[in-house]
Design a protein around this ligand. Structure first.
Ligand code: Z5A
Length: 205
């Protein structure tokens, strides 16, 4: 039985997840919550090693199933080493990407079977699912422009059609898992987006 609260942020590249995560963490800490901020792929020493392989632009030959298993391996380690223990301690866990990114990128983006991805993800995470998933909705092209102002990683280098399928995938997931999803408009200033997220959070808490 987990006592904490598990919140994930999802969305296309450059939608502002990392920025909003830190504003949200500050807000929750000020309210007295014990907050843990983490991300995927990564969040552990082993996960950070896997992240380097996954995002390396030179790993061009990577098979889609290899890619899926590496994201999932990073997640299994993350859940057992960080997420599950933090939830048991009663923390609010804020995670930048989780299972829904695998469904959006490897499922809708790469075209792998959603049912198989769900099965392997459930197994890897011992069925630990977010209580709330905030989908930051931001136009695909604008997000990519923001994200690729730094050197593009292996996934960012995919063509625009791939990223459009990912965006559509997230919107479909939001309908499929409507009990835990909230879509937030990520256009506007960082403060405006933060205010929208706080509104969602206050209704949730
Ligand atoms: N992936 C996958 O395929 N399967 C999986 O299972 C998982 C992930 C878990 C991880 O890359 C990649 O792995 C990712 C999905 C895939 N694909 N790609 N590419 P990552 O962790 O390095 O990157 P990311 O998650 O895509 O995030 P990002 O590119 O760092 O963007 P972000 O976190 O959403 O945005 P940000 O860093 O907060 O903001 C981007 C820039 O915009 C930055 O300069 C900000 O200062 C600026 N910004 C933010 N908000 C605003 C506003 N409101 N106005 C103006 N400027 C802003």
């Amino acid at each position: 039985m987990h006592r904490g609260i598990f919140i994930t942020l999802e969305g296309v590249e450059g939608c502002g997840k990392t920025t909003q995560m830190s504003l949200l963490a500050k807000y929750l800490k000020n309210k007295g919550f014990n907050v843990l901020v983490t991300r995927e792929p990564g969040g552990t020493k082993i996960g950070d090693e896997i992240r380097k392989i996954l995002l390396n632009p030179d790993s061009k030959e990577m098979d889609y199933r290899t890619e899926t298993l590496l994201y999932t391996a990073s997640r299994a380690q993350h859940v057992s080493e960080v997420i599950a223990p933090s939830l048991e301690e009663g923390k609010v866990v804020l995670c930048d990407r989780y299972i829904d990114s695998t469904l959006a990128y490897q499922g809708f983006g790469r075209g792998l079977s959603l049912n198989k991805l769900i099965d392997v993800s459930r197994w890897a995470t011992c069925d630990i699912n977010p209580h709330l998933t905030i989908l930051l909705f931001f136009p695909t092209e604008d997000g990519l422009k923001r994200a690729t102002s730094k050197e593009a990683d292996r996934i960012e280098q995919e063509d625009i059609e791939f990223h459009r399928r990912v965006q559509d995938g997230f919107l479909k997931l939001a309908r499929l898992y409507s009990e835990r999803y909230q879509i937030v408009d990520a256009a506007g200033s960082q403060e405006e987006v933060h205010e929208r997220i706080i509104k969602v959070l206050e209704e949730f808490l």
